[in-house]
Design a protein around this ligand. Structure first.
Ligand code: AMP
Ligand code: MG
Length: 412
């Protein structure tokens, strides 16, 4: 049987999806809730950070030229004329032959142009012995060396990490404007699908997709809602989709293939969803629908648990990030040395579950083993997807392949 409907490549599919998305509205939130949220507008600094030249060490503020020729055997002796603790400011000046005790972070007194660390000195409360020669500007942190007044400290579209949040705090903001989080409806379809804890009989299958997707959606900071399971009939499929259209994104799994009981396309048509594509030239995940109704995005992902997840990673994840205004939405792709032979048909792009390791500064990659699209274990073990282009039929161990990193916070 022919596959009617628009077939696209992975690249084309992503382009279609991303070009149909306008980012959501902004909202202002506490910086305490801002981790992984996406910045709505540039943050420009009105101040210098640090605001004043200050000491990078506990030690003595000096004029560097006063330390010339100083050594362990032949120390320079300077008159000690005060102490500056962090948090204080000294109005006195350093002049030739004098120094001031200074703590890390304390503002440098006028006249001083370097700091001698405590380790290289010794004092008896009136005079300080300097045991080493230092240069002008040594151990000083300069005003504005972190951020200058007028600098763009953070850019619109940045995904906020803990250091970014610290930066926002140091610019004296307790709140930050970020894009709203998309609300995502998650639907399973299938007569055979049974939820956790419900009694199961032979022939039925436990729902895993809803939970995989829930966690993926959460991982990108969108808001997941598990709507339920639709049985394989047109009425239930329409009803559950209709109900889900109050959310920004509707993801369903299953019911998009060529089976007699696959009703997602018919339901989309019934609901006037503008179908943008129905098939993707990729394995796993060929049946994969994307459509729009107004500004709502609908993804009809394939039912097999691995296909569901790889399709989510390729298509739904970028959509969520674009809706949230991110300016970086691609997973990293790197070259790796293949550790086993791979053969495939020249039918479509293959995404093969892989495990990469880094040895001697090289990426190596092996497959996770059998690649059936129902083997969710293979996805749970994988930290990358090996990308084999459509027209390639064989790659031999030792050759280089591209891998997309998918679960790489910790590297084996
Ligand atoms: P379908 O695309 O509806 O033909 O489903 C393909 C395969 O995916 C079937 O073998 C289903 O049992 C399985 N499947 C569909 N939905 C789920 C789900 N929510 N959780 C686990 N497996 C599923
Ligand atoms: Mg089904």
């Amino acid at each position: 049987m022919d596959r009617n409907g628009l077939t696209v490549s992975v690249k084309e599919a992503r382009k279609i999806i991303l070009s149909s998305i306008t980012p959501l509205e902004p909202e202002e939130i506490s910086i305490l809730d801002a981790q992984n949220r996406i910045l709505y507008s540039d943050i420009k600094s009105e101040i210098m950070i640090p605001p004043l030249d200050n000491s990078a060490m506990d030690g003595y503020a000096v004029m560097a030229e006063d330390t010339k020729g100083a050594s362990e055997k032949n120390p320079r002796i300077l008159k000690l004329c005060g102490e500056i603790q962090a948090g204080n400011f000294s109005k006195s000046k350093i002049s030739k032959g004098t120094c001031m005790r200074i703590m890390t972070g304390a503002p440098l007194p006028e006249g001083a142009d370097a700091v001698v660390p405590f380790e290289d000195s010794e004092d008896d409360n009136s005079a300080t012995k300097i045991f080493t020669e230092i240069n002008k500007n040594d151990n000083i942190r300069f005003a504005g060396e972190d951020i200058r007044k007028g600098d763009i400290a953070l850019k619109k579209g940045d995904i906020l990490n803990p250091a970014d949040i610290g930066l926002i705090a140091s610019l004296n903001n307790s709140r930050v404007k970020v894009y709203k989080r998309p609300e995502v409806a998650i639907i399973s379809t299938g007569n055979e699908i049974v939820d956790i804890n419900a009694e199961i009989i032979p022939g039925q299958i436990r729902n895993s997709n809803s939970y995989t997707l829930y966690s993926e959606v959460k991982k990108y900071n969108a808001i997941p809602h598990i709507i339920g399971i639709a049985r394989d009939n047109i009425e239930e499929t329409i009803n559950i989709l209709k109900k889900s259209l109050e959310y920004d994104i509707v993801i369903s799994t299953g019911g998009v293939s060529m089976g007699k009981y696959d009703f997602v396309k018919e339901a989309y048509l019934n609901l006037d969803v503008d179908i943008k594509f129905e098939w993707v030239r990729v394995k796993p995940g060929r049946p994969c629908m994307f459509g729009q109704k107004g500004n709502k995005l609908l993804f009809g992902l394939p039912g097999n648990p691995v296909s569901t997840l790889t399709s989510f990673i390729q298509f739904v994840r970028p959509a969520i990030l674009k809706l949230m205004g991110a300016n970086k939405i691609n997973k990293p792709v790197v070259e790796a040395i293949l550790e086993e032979d791979i053969k495939k048909k020249p039918d479509r792009l293959h995404l093969i579950r892989g495990i990469f390791t880094i040895r001697n500064n090289n990426f190596y990659v092996a497959t996770t083993g059998p690649q059936g699209s129902g083997i969710l274990r293979s996805m749970s073990n994988a930290n990358c997807l090996i990308i084999i282009p459509q027209n390639i039929t064989k790659v031999t161990a030792g050759e280089k392949v591209n891998i997309q990193l998918i679960n790489h916070d910790e590297i084996p």
